[in-house]
Design a binder for this molecule. Structure first.
Ligand code: HEM
Length: 461
């Protein structure tokens, strides 16, 4: 070999197209085992045809993920897969792009500052109370303990927390449920069109696109009603997220958002802000019920910081282990398990060519399960998130909230809400394991448990 010849650029290992096509049904059902196997066989960054059709670069390389999300983020807007959902959810922060996104992000960011989250904790605690009280009542009736469908309870709790943080108490119980169902149906349908693109003509013939457009219109109508109601009432005394959206003014013009913009952003907050937390909380109880030693440590920390009283926002920094438990849960089960980007122009990363138009899926679940970053990756060890241990991790080894400028705007909101649910539940109940098969993974846009998780909630003396 000629020593002066430039080294050949690394080629992208490809999953053979026929194999990808053969696996497409199983992939539509649960892609995680299949793509993990491809990566284990071929390397941390591979090419594959999603559903046998869409050429995609899939990576669990933290360096490449940092490159697309942060270092060269301008070249990597979200992919058409992410933008496609705007058809149903509108153009809020999660689905918008470029200068419009930046303008909206700057406008909305102050709504998520520490003091705002602190102000919302009383609402969060009230909702947690309302969601746990019926469980306690059932347990009292049944001799001190009751079986709880945990994913159902956590979904209801997280949805009420975000809905009340956005709308205060305006929305009725029936409407809350209607909204939750509309969101779930739309999401399930959209994920199906992504995973099984070859079904699109059939879905069109069956009127499924029209039907889901109607569901989306229904959802917008419902949310719009509350925006108009608030505008009529005026915002006196309200410090919820809706009021924050209505009061925000663009720096240059001092103008507020239009009604359409407020609607788009409110919907996006509801969508982005509940399923993610609900899934993380469900997995949290699944893990804690099997790890009494972790619960014992949590209880010791709670006893020292709180005694028997309920936590406040100011107490949370005194409860670092509670945070570590949540961080470790989201390492094992990252609610946003994959995020997508698409190259605007030709680019290169460590010699790997990334031509214009390349679809890139950053496989967050894969990064969080890499043995070289997380020894014995399947083990639940909140101690990994102790200050000392964390210092040794490279950038982007852990990214449940994404990274770069599009980092989750609700990350502090979510961590606070999850800590409060954790602490308030443990204050009232012992959460005990019931023999059951592993629930399995159901990775839609977020990582849900496939089967319900049922646990015993026993009232504490
Ligand atoms: C455990 C809970 C949560 C997780 C794991 C999570 C995760 C994420 C991730 C990974 C992204 C970036 C997506 C990408 O780069 O493509 C994101 C964006 C976003 N999240 Fe969250 N999220 C959570 C909770 C919340 C909550 C509670 C809210 C609202 C109150 C929220 C609102 C948003 C919004 C609006 C964006 C878009 C931000 C932008 O592009 O500027 N999230 N989230």
């Amino acid at each position: 070999m000629n020593a002066s010849a430039p080294a050949a650029p690394p080629a992208l290992p490809q999953v053979p197209r026929l194999r990808a096509f053969r696996n497409s049904l199983a992939l539509a059902d649960n892609p995680i085992p299949i793509i993990t196997q491809y990566l284990d066989e071929l390397g941390d960054t591979i090419g594959l045809h999603m559903g046998g059709i869409k050429p995609t670069l899939l990576t669990r390389d933290p360096g490449l993920i940092q490159h697309i999300l942060q270092k060269n983020h301008r070249n990597y807007p979200k992919s058409e897969m992410s933008h496609g959902v705007a058809r149903y959810l509108g153009h809020g922060l999660l689905t918008s792009e470029g200068s419009y996104w930046l303008q909206q992000r700057r406008l909305i960011q102050p709504g998520f500052h520490r003091q705002r989250i602190a102000a919302l904790t009383e609402t969060m605690l009230q909702v947690i109370d309302e969601c746990l009280e019926p469980v306690a009542a059932l347990a009292r009736q049944q001799g001190g303990a009751t079986t709880v469908a945990v994913h159902e309870l956590m979904t209801a709790t997280a949805f009420r927390i975000i809905a009340r943080s956005v709308f205060s108490t305006s929305m009725s119980e029936a409407e809350l449920q209607q909204l939750a169902h509309l969101l779930t149906d739309i999401q399930a349908f959209y994920t199906r069109t992504l995973r099984q693109p070859y079904l699109k003509p059939w879905l069109a013939v069956k009127g499924q696109f029209r039907y889901h457009d109607q569901l989306a219109a229904q959802m917008r109508q419902l949310v719009l009603k509350y925006i108009r109601q608030r505008q009529q009432e005026g915002g006196a005394g309200k410090d919820d997220l809706l009021q924050m959206l209505l009061d925000a003014r663009y720096e240059d013009t001092n103008e507020p958002m239009t009604e359409e913009q407020v609607l788009d952003e409110a919907i996006i907050l509801l969508v982005a802000g509940h399923e993610t937390s609900a899934n993380a909380l469900s997995w949290l109880w699944y893990l804690l019920a099997q790890h009494p030693e972790v619960v014992a440590k949590l209880r010791a920390e709670m006893a020292a910081a709180l005694g028997e009283r309920r936590p406040t926002f100011q107490d949370l920094p005194q409860l670092p282990y509670a945070l570590q438990v949540i961080q470790e849960t989201m390492r094992l089960y990252p609610p946003a398990w994959i995020v997508d980007r698409q190259a605007l122009e030709d680019d290169e990363y460590n010699g790997l060519k990334l031509p214009k138009g390349t679809l890139i899926s950053a496989y967050i679940y894969g990064v969080h399960h890499l043995p070289r970053l997380w020894p014995e990756p399947e083990a639940f060890r909140p101690e990994r998130f102790g200050k000392e241990q964390l210092r040794e991790q490279p950038a982007y080894a852990y990214l449940p909230f994404g990274g770069g400028p599009r980092l989750c705007i609700g990350n502090q909101f979510a961590l606070t809400e999850m800590q409060l649910v954790l602490l308030e539940t443990l204050r009232r109940f012992e959460v005990e394991w019931e023999a059951q098969p592993a629930p399995g993974l159901r990775p839609l846009i977020t990582l849900r448990p496939r089967a319900e998780i049922t646990l015993q909630f026993r009232l504490r003396a």
